[in-house]
Write a protein that binds this ligand. Structure first.
Ligand SMILES: [Ca+2]
Ligand SMILES: [Ca+2]
Ligand SMILES: [Ca+2]
Length: 305
């Protein structure tokens, strides 16, 4: 059984992938919470250079110049846009994955039907998430001239983070104290069980506890931003990594065997064990989709900077 943290990271990864960059919103009348500008700048410092490096490498491979469409086209060679791999926990039947405190009394037939629906849902999610990666990148090329530079990427990412801050914090912060209580938070998470005396159910509470990283009893700005920045950073690292994989394919068969993968850097054998089944090779032509849920610390180890 995977820990709640691992499961939630993956859930968050999927949620983030579903979030496409929105159109710019002018909400100049609503000030950002204190400290937000600094956190946004920190995110840009982290994400933009990696993204810019990925665009450079894509264009070098295609022998063109800073063309954004080229990045998308080159990424497709690595499975960008294809149904993404699900994290390992998602392949377990529901009852193992979620500790539902109200187990249902089902017949064998009903259980099978439930499981079939669950697998169908996973398959649909894999496809949708893969497809929506394309939308995300199209939004970065704001003015549609297909020339994307670091400044344009930074502007798009800033707008994205400001939008998400409104969505996740400012608009649901009923008492305007700059942080979310359990009840404020629960407004945006569906209930799945009986509502308790405190107005929330087990599902809402589980998510809240998971997001309240420091256990303060509130979800603060840093906790909300951290989740979004991880999504952006991970995506940038994944892009950059794609253009480096062929360099690790020593025998040139289009796959990274366990030996080739674990030779990338120190500590990558632990990563291999988490992502792949014993003896499995990474097919380079599907690596973007295959490595979709891998968190940034692991990707950082794999990427040459
Ligand atoms: Ca509040
Ligand atoms: Ca907290
Ligand atoms: Ca190989």
């Amino acid at each position: 059984m995977k820990s709640m943290t691992e499961r939630t990271h993956a859930t968050i990864a999927i949620a983030l992938a579903l979030a496409t960059l929105p159109a710019p919103m002018t909400r100049a009348d609503v000030p950002l919470p204190k400290g937000a500008d600094e956190l946004i700048q920190g995110a840009l410092d982290k994400v933009v250079p990696v993204m810019a490096a990925a665009i450079d490498l894509a264009n070098r491979e295609a022998k063109s110049d800073k063309n954004f469409v080229v990045l998308l086209k080159e990424l497709k060679k690595y499975g960008f846009g294809s149904p993404v791999a699900m994290p390992p926990w998602a392949n377990k039947p529901e009852h193992e994955d979620h500790e539902d405190p109200e187990p249902e009394d089902l017949t064998e037939e009903e259980k099978q039907e439930k499981e079939r629906k669950r697998l169908e849902m996973i398959e649909a999610t894999r496809k949708r998430v893969g497809g929506q990666e394309i939308n995300y990148f199209k939004e970065i090329d704001k003015n549609g001239d297909t020339k994307t530079d670091a400044e344009e990427i930074a502007t798009a990412i800033r707008e994205y983070l400001v939008f998400e801050l409104h969505d996740d914090l400012i608009n649901v912060d009923g008492d305007k104290d700059g942080k979310l209580s359990l009840r404020e938070y629960a407004l945006s998470v569906p209930a799945r069980g009986e509502i308790g005396e405190d107005g929330v159910d087990w599902h809402q509470r589980e998510h809240f506890l998971e997001e309240d990283k420091d256990g303060s009893g509130f979800i603060e700005l840093g906790e909300i931003m951290g989740r979004h920045v991880e999504g952006l950073y991970k995506r940038a690292l994944r892009c950059l990594l794609m253009f480096q994989l062929a360099g690790h394919d020593k025998d040139g068969d289009g796959k990274l065997s366990r030996e080739e993968f674990t030779a990338i850097a120190e500590g990558t054998d632990a990563i291999y064990g988490k992502i792949f089944a014993e003896g499995e090779s990474l097919d380079i032509s599907n690596a973007y989709a295959r490595l979709f849920w891998v968190p940034s610390p692991a990707l950082e180890k794999l990427v040459k900077r």
